[in-house]
Write a protein that binds this ligand. Structure first.
Ligand code: DGJ
Length: 374
């Protein structure tokens, strides 16, 4: 009898002990089976009392940044403890498939469409063996948040469509711009004046790092690094979130922004991005606007303190509101490990708006209760 009780007590203790009660940014984050979470470049949604975290499933070794499995999903009730739900969008064995095993599939984001009742996943897709040249946006769909998601299509947005308020004089090239030296003042002016928008007009605009934002009025937008990562584009989605409306705008032309993440508070849209240094971290940037269509005011680096100039050795991926807590947003970022991508870790930090600007402070360890007390 005594033995039975002590076994039960030790089981209860080990259960309590293995529970996560904190976010510990940058450290190994074990799921409920004790395995480091594998959902990189991800996003989180909340459905009927449960959070769903979707991300890139990475593998060990140099090939680990290509998609060998697909998109993973984890569920949680409290944001600290995550249960592995497996692969919800699988790469395909068919070598002719656009999402064949070995393609590059990055930054998956899932949103719910109230009108159709479907879960829609958008992601950045690069066709197998083509490096980062294809620069496509891709979409998949599911009846439930746990999938399976069915791949629908991939393409470059806004083929044959000029952006909003694009001056007529920019619709054709002025002089011989193809010979301009990269990064010279003349070249930067040509980029700002739409040189690469014109270049890609017939085949569609590039879409690399991306996020999806659903506004209060249910309108959704793809925010994507375009024009060789030099300019962000915001492209409105159709009501079913499966296509583009042809309404789009450029943000921060020639600003060289990647990794967009966006949220809205008190009627203002805030966006956090990174610079472009491959898998290496760099200094984050932040922007603010009264309208999704801009003008977006640049506010500088939102990070403060040690390693703020390297975004605490990470790169933004998503921002989401904590349910039931007014104005509490969590910033999600990735600490990439390109030599062994499966080891990549997660930097989750609270965002505070101070003097009209988003601010990210480093915490070795924090939880939502700490935040409430402040
Ligand atoms: C930085 C991007 O943010 C990542 O998603 C990935 O595309 C790497 N570049 C590839 O170098």
């Amino acid at each position: 009898m005594k033995l039975k009780y002590s076994i039960i007590i030790s089981l209860v203790c080990s259960f309590i002990y293995s529970q996560n009660n904190y976010f510990i940014p940058g450290k190994e984050w074990k799921d409920t089976e004790g395995v480091h979470i594998n959902a990189h470049g991800g996003g989180v949604i909340f459905v009927s009392g449960t959070y769903y975290w979707y991300g890139e499933f990475k593998t060990a070794g140099p090939e680990g940044n290509t998609a060998l499995k697909g998109v993973s999903c984890y569920t949680s009730k409290d944001l600290y403890n995550w249960h592995n739900e497996g692969i919800v969008l699988k790469v395909e064995e068919d070598p002719n498939s656009e999402i064949t095993k070995g393609c590059i599939l990055e930054r998956p984001k899932v949103v719910f469409n109230k009108k159709t009742g479907k879960y829609v996943m958008w992601f950045h897709l690069e066709l197998k063996g083509q490096g980062y040249d294809a620069a496509r946006a891709a979409v998949a769909i599911s009846d439930t948040p746990k999938g399976p998601f069915k791949f629908k299509k991939s393409y470059r947005p806004n083929k044959g469509i000029w952006p909003m308020d694009f001056k007529d004089e920019f619709k054709s090239a002025s002089g011989n711009e193809s010979n301009l030296k990269s990064w010279s003042p003349e070249w930067l002016t040509a980029i700002r004046n739409g040189m690469l928008v014109r270049r890609d007009f017939d085949k569609g605009q590039m879409s690399r790092d991306m996020t999806i934002y659903v506004d209060d009025n249910a309108k959704a937008y793809l925010i994507h690094s375009s024009e060789d990562n030099l300019t962000l584009h915001i492209s409105e989605l159709t009501d079913d979130y499966l296509d583009f409306t042809e309404k789009w705008r450029r943000v921060a032309p020639a600003g060289h922004n990647e990794a967009p993440a966006i949220f809205k508070k008190d009627g203002f849209y805030y966006m956090i991005t990174s610079g472009c240094t491959g898998w290496d971290p760099n200094e984050a940037r932040s922007f603010k606007s009264k309208s999704i269509w801009g003008p977006w005011e640049a506010l500088g680096n939102p990070c403060v303190g040690k390693d703020a100039e390297l975004t605490f050795h990470s790169q933004s991926t998503y921002i989401f509101p904590v349910q039931g807590k007014k104005d509490q947003f969590i910033f999600m970022a990735d600490r990439w490990k390109p030599d062994n991508p499966i080891d990549g870790s997660y930097i989750w930090l609270p965002i505070i708006i101070t003097n009209g600007k988003p601010v990210l402070n480093w915490f070795d360890k924090w939880n939502l209760l700490d935040f409430e007390r402040n």
